[in-house]
Write a protein that binds this ligand. Structure first.
Ligand code: UDP
Length: 354
């Protein structure tokens, strides 16, 4: 089969790195990078570090509102789908690139494969939730990380074929764990010792685009016990700079600010943190896999099993709730969630049966 894969942002490069190599053993893959993340620190580093093939096509479409960006992607993808005449299109996750890839293919009657299907926060104010729901409804093969994701799809009477395969991001994370745990240089590079620091990321539109929420985030960061390493996403950095808040953070004792990091360095920092504080979906899972307790800066999560297991506490931007959660000991049990590290193999098998 000829498969047109559409990716565009950081977590999608990681997911594609798990699947693409295996897919190419049996099929022809044409990788299209929409350009949603174009910054080297969010894009190129993942191709290099994770061995993802160079994209065959780069659309160079970044910036703008979600609607305008998705519209530009659709306009660029329509002729490409026509020209390449793929047998199927493959999309990952919940971004504008996911929705544009899925819709452009579905309109051209090309079967759509969605990896990480069925995730729901049930919060339609999140752009990601709209992208997930809409992509799922035009997909023909829905590959889910968990049983609960498959149940969401059945509850929505999805027409496509649903399979639970596990999470492809877990494949990558489990493979990198041994080296990440042993990499003492990663925390040392920031003057930190393993087991002693908090690792922080935040970039969701709901947390950084609204000035009042951004202010609350800054207050929360200031309240955290040192040392804290904050890997600042470019979107967050830009919002903090616009609001004049970067200087305030720079003067906080024991807070180390850095830009977005490569996967290998970041994984090592997750594994060796005392706790992780994040609003990222991928980072929630990775902290869980590493056995590091974590606090999620959201009122809801798609990865509800991690909350039920007692390792994840949803605090939104409530600093007191975050501090209370950080003071609790993690549970003794950590059940295996989201697969066994072989999700990509199951994806490729399911795709072969399309
Ligand atoms: N990540 C990274 N460097 C960083 C922060 C995150 O490599 O500085 C990785 C992280 O390990 C995870 C992925 O990026 O695999 C998560 O991406 P992101 O938080 O952008 O998106 P989300 O998962 O929330 O959709």
């Amino acid at each position: 089969m000829r498969i047109l894969t559409v990716v565009g942002n950081r977590p999608q490069f990681i997911k594609a790195a798990a699947v693409s190599g295996l897919l190419r053993e049996r099929h022809e893959e044409i990788l299209v990078h929409t350009g949603q993340h174009y910054d080297d620190s969010l894009s190129r580093v993942f191709f290099t570090e994770l061995g993802l093939a160079r994209p065959e096509k780069e659309l160079g479409i970044g910036g703008g509102s979600n609607t305008a960006q998705t519209a530009r992607m659709l306009a660029a993808l329509e002729p490409l789908v026509g020209e390449l005449a793929p047998d199927a299109a493959l999309v990952y996750g919940d971004t504008n690139s996911t929705l544009a890839g899925a819709l452009a293919a579905a309109q051209a009657r090309v079967p759509v494969i969605h990896i990480e299907a069925g995730m729901r926060s049930f919060d339609r104010t999140m752009p990601e939730e709209l992208n997930r729901v809409l992509s799922d409804h035009v997909s023909d093969l829905l590959l889910c990380p968990s049983q609960s994701a498959a149940e969401h799809l059945r509850a929505e009477s999805i027409a496509g074929r649903i399979e639970v395969v596990g999470d492809v991001m877990v494949d990558v994370a489990l493979r990198s764990l041994p080296l990440a745990r042993a990499n003492a240089e990663a925390p040392a590079a920031y003057g930190l010792q393993g087991g002693s620091y908090l690792l922080l990321t935040a970039h969701r539109a709901g947390n950084v685009d609204d000035p009042a929420r951004l202010r609350a985030l800054v207050e929360l960061v200031r309240a955290l016990p040192a040392p804290v390493l904050f890997a600042v996403h470019p979107r967050t950095g830009a919002r903090l700079a616009d609001a004049g808040l970067l200087g305030e953070l720079e003067s906080v004792d024991g807070l180390v600010l850095t830009g977005p990091l490569g996967y290998i360095e970041f994984s090592a920092l997750v594994c060796q943190a005392r706790a992780v504080i994040t609003d990222s979906g991928g980072v929630q899972k990775e902290a869980y896999l590493a056995g590091v307790p974590f606090v999620t800066l959201r009122a809801n999560t798609e990865w509800t099993e991690t909350v039920q297991a007692g390792w994840n506490t949803l605090v939104d931007l409530d600093a007191d709730a975050a501090l209370a959660a950080l003071g609790r000991r993690p549970p003794a049990e950590r059940p295996a969630l989201y697969g066994d590290g072989h999700a990509a193999e199951r994806c490729v098998q399911a795709i072969g049966a399309l």
